[in-house]
Design a protein around this ligand. Structure first.
Ligand code: ATP
Ligand code: MG
Length: 486
């Protein structure tokens, strides 16, 4: 055997990530780790593998992931173990196992960044080990949660420079209205002139899970399903209200979207909102950089109490392939090199040398929100959502309290969430275009700082308070407002 024959290469579908491109991947996940806390998300780390059942029960027995893509093996004690193909199942398992619903104010917001494993046919943008960053808001019932997550997802994708990200949106109904839709879809797909044109796999899907036919990437299948019945036309009252509110919320934040009636997502647990972000920078069969939606029934089906939830996951490799940075960084350049220069002038490359004396200090970011925005009643929801968005754009970690609870419960929520400030918008404030800003805690000095300010000054007022507060701290735990304003 020659020496060359003895050399090993990485298994098919996985790749080494070497410098300098590795820096890009690390920078992207770090960036997500900086953004997510602004929306009130704390980091979570769940195991890279779970009992196989966790995925079978949550992702769904008819999904492509469970039927074809899982890395499943028996460990030495004979237990069936699966490398995680996605992040949600493990997070929900942890939520139930640790009885978070009894201990923490809900929604429980967590974010993750890590490796996922799927046995897929390797091709550009499709790997057997890949990274996702994602979030889950468990106990989030209201449409505002969907809107805020979409905002976070797009902020990240735009921040790393994904070429023309486009948000696709759909609602796939829930337990109440989906059966009627599935019946209509099944009728359409089973008709002879449709089914005869579908690929063999899709024909099998008709009986088992007709929704999945809409997800098929083959051009011919996509052509025939173009005129399939649309789930949005079969929504029950509550699903309709939810979907309308998601769209209104996106519009209020100036987020553009395209309604895509065939967007169903690959996993069984989704209800109501489904969204995907695609990029023109990628090949059409793998153009999704992110996907997410609601999974209201999942916590219950894994043994927890009925709990609304929403989440998304972003494919890190694919997102980076949809930017221009990958090319720039793939060539190591001397400092004056033109590619390195253009990366530097874009602000992507930061110099290794920092003005700060000595090595960097170890810091733990305080993930409790700086501000909880409380909308007093239904009429204030959009104003609360918009204020939350404006505060985050200034680097202020902000959570908008759910409206469904009593006002007292919401103020308590703000307190338990550890917020420094509450910003209250009631009908009175709405009319006078003001916001009532209140420092949490009850010392006299803090009460003296309560004030009602014009809403266009609310952000600068909050910033001023946070800066004066943080200058009193010892600096070992940094709140977002301690960072330089953008
Ligand atoms: P697709 O339709 O492309 O197969 P999916 O619906 O299976 O995607 P999700 O489970 O929603 O993907 O995962 C979220 C994101 O993770 C995708 O939008 C994509 O960017 C990324 N992703 C999924 N599978 C892979 C893979 N095998 N390799 C690299 N990235 C992936
Ligand atoms: Mg897939």
């Amino acid at each position: 055997m020659s020496e060359a024959d003895c050399r090993f290469s990485a298994p098919k579908g996985v790749a080494d990530l070497l410098p300098p491109r590795s820096a890009l991947s690390r920078a992207a996940t770090d960036y997500f780790g900086q953004l997510a806390p602004l929306w009130g998300y704390w980091p979570i780390e769940t195991p890279l593998f779970e009992k196989t059942e966790v995925f079978e029960r949550s992702v769904g027995g008819t999904s492509e992931i469970v039927t074809k893509q899982m890395y499943t093996f028996e460990d030495k004690s004979g237990d069936s173990i699966t490398l995680r193909p996605e992040g949600t199942a493990g997070v929900v398992r942890a939520f139930i196992e640790h009885e978070i619903y009894k201990k923490e104010p809900l929604p429980w917001r967590v974010f993750y960044a890590g490796e996922m494993f799927r046995y897929e046919r390797p091709q550009a943008g499709r790997y057997r080990q890949f990274k996702q960053v994602g979030v889950e808001a468990i106990g989030a019932e209201e449409p505002e949660a969907d809107v805020e997550q979409i905002e976070l997802c797009l902020t990240f994708l735009e921040g790393i420079g994904v070429v023309s990200p486009r948000l696709l949106l759909n609602s796939i109904g829930d337990k109440a209205c989906r059966p009627r839709y599935l019946e209509a879809l099944d009728g359409f797909l089973s008709s002879n002139d449709v089914s005869s044109k579908l690929c063999q796999e899709c024909r099998l899907r008709i009986g088992r899970n007709p929704l999945r036919v809409l997800d098929c990437k083959r051009a011919e299948c996509r052509r025939v399903t173009e005129f399939a019945p649309k789930s949005v036309e079969y929504l029950c009252g509550p699903c309709r209200v939810h979907f309308d509110a998601v769209q209104a919320g996106l519009q209020a934040l100036g987020i553009e979207f395209v309604l895509e009636s065939r967007l169903v997502r690959g996993l069984d647990y989704y209800v109501r909102t489904a969204f995907e972000v695609i990029s023109e920078g990628l090949h059409a069969a793998q153009d999704a950089v992110a996907g997410g939606g609601r999974y209201d029934g999942l916590v219950e089906s894994l043994g927890g109490p009925p709990t609304g939830a929403v989440g998304f996951a972003i494919g890190v490799e694919r997102s980076l392939e949809a930017t221009r940075w990958a090319n720039i960084l793939s060539i190591r350049q001397p400092r004056s090199g033109s590619k390195a220069e253009s990366a530097a002038s874009s602000g992507l490359l930061t110099p290794g040398y920092s003005e700060q004396k000595g090595p960097p200090r170890f810091r733990i970011r305080d993930s409790s929100p700086d501000v909880v925005v409380v909308g007093v009643d239904d009429s204030c929801r959009t104003a609360a959502l918009a204020l939350g968005s404006r505060l985050r754009r200034e680097g202020i970690a902000t959570v908008v309290s759910p409206v469904g609870k009593s006002l007292k419960a919401r103020m308590k929520y703000a307190d338990r969430a550890g917020a420094h400030i509450t910003a209250v918008i009631g009908p009175e404030e709405l009319t006078s275009q003001t916001v009532a800003i209140r420092l949490m805690g009850s010392t006299e000095a803090k009460i003296a700082k309560q004030r009602t300010v014009p809403s266009n000054r609310a952000v600068s007022e909050v910033l001023a308070i946070l800066r004066s507060e943080s200058s009193e701290g010892d600096g070992t735990v940094s709140t977002s407002a301690q960072r330089e304003p953008k």
